[in-house]
Ligand binder design. Structure first.
Ligand code: GUN
Length: 324
């Protein structure tokens, strides 16, 4: 029977660890609480909802967050000037520009403008470069959450054959780098597949760990999954469904009903990867703050992985079946 990797539960544990470290840092003499600035450009409904979720979660952990909303017509120059100002602000330790951005703004220009020490999305070339070199500093939130979830669920990663479906800058590319790092918490054999990959079904079916980050609802079907494989679903889509409560159904990139009888482990949607992305943003912000204040000594991203509860707690991270 497929077991679920409950990201929501691990995310709660991560948030409470962040909260206690913030409290400890303030007691140890940090002069300001951690500050997170999130810049949203335009009124994309999904972005509004994601940023609101991040704001709420930040408040619960003692991180002071602020959301700035810029008009959809904002020029790249204006956004970059605002980023430069936030880079100089000592009360801001984490800075995030929510994607997608309107077409007049190059996402890479925004990422490169952010001070790498405040780049809590981990998308600056400095941070991605360190990841590529196997010396991660700030790691993008969704890949970090997936790594933590695999470890919390005791899914063997070292030596595993991983297929990542998707090569986005935010998820697919950095996750492939992260899982292939030479370290006992990674050491996987990783293939990054994309829309031009030939023989996708067979490729996917070789995976011990299959990550679906394609952005298409139900794209991963049972025939693509090796029996017993761990399937990580990064997708989140709102589909109109008159039969569902509120007329909307949330689904992932995986055809969960079809894959469930085949997979060994599956991350649910909602409640899988999504909450962990938010929790890891808070962990990255807390670490950036600790480093800036020097309150606890230089923290590393590995401490974010140390947020994974050890021992009996991890048993609560999984449950028996999709129907539960
Ligand atoms: N849009 C969707 N996911 C993300 C994310 O993790 N970071 C940013 N900045 N934008 C996003």
């Amino acid at each position: 029977m497929t077991k679920r990797l409950e990201g929501r539960i691990l995310a709660g544990a991560v948030r409470s660890r962040v909260c206690s470290r913030v409290t400890a840092g303030l007691r140890a003499g940090a002069s300001t609480p951690p500050g997170l600035l999130m810049i949203r450009v335009g009124e994309d409904p999904a972005s509004i909802s994601y940023v609101r979720g991040k704001e709420k979660a930040a408040a619960e952990t003692g991180i002071v967050s602020r959301v700035e909303v810029l008009d959809l017509s904002t020029s790249e120059a204006v956004l970059l000037a605002r980023i430069a100002e936030a880079n100089r602000d000592p009360a801001i330790h984490g800075l995030l520009v929510q994607w997608p951005l309107p077409k007049q703004i190059r996402p890479e220009a925004a990422s490169e403008a952010i001070d790498p020490a405040k780049d809590v999305d981990g998308l600056h070339p400095y941070n991605l470069g360190r990841l590529a070199l196997g010396r991660p500093s700030i790691v993008p939130c969704t890949p970090l959450g997936i790594l933590a979830l695999l470890h919390a669920g005791r899914v063997p990663v070292a030596g595993a054959r991983v297929v990542v479906l998707g090569r986005s800058q935010i998820v697919g590319r950095p996750l492939s780098l992260l899982l292939g790092v030479k370290a006992d918490w990674a050491d996987a054999t990783v293939t990054t597949a994309h829309s031009h990959s030939r023989g996708l079904v067979n490729l996917a079916r070789e995976a011990d760990i299959l990550v679906a980050a394609i952005g298409r609802p139900g794209a991963v079907t049972a025939e693509m999954v090796k029996p017993g494989a761990t399937v990580v679903d990064v997708g989140i889509h709102r589909l109109d469904d008159p039969a569902a409560p509120k007329g909307v159904r949330i689904v992932g990139d995986v055809d969960a009903a079809g894959v469930e009888p085949v997979a060994g482990w599956l991350t649910p949607v909602p409640g899988g990867v999504g909450p962990l992305t938010v929790a890891m943003l808070l962990a990255n912000t807390m670490e950036a703050w600790e480093r800036a204040c020097g309150v606890i000594g230089p923290a590393t991203w590995m401490e974010a992985c140390g947020l994974i509860p050890e021992g009996p707690g991890s048993g609560e991270l999984v449950s028996g079946g999709l129907g539960e």
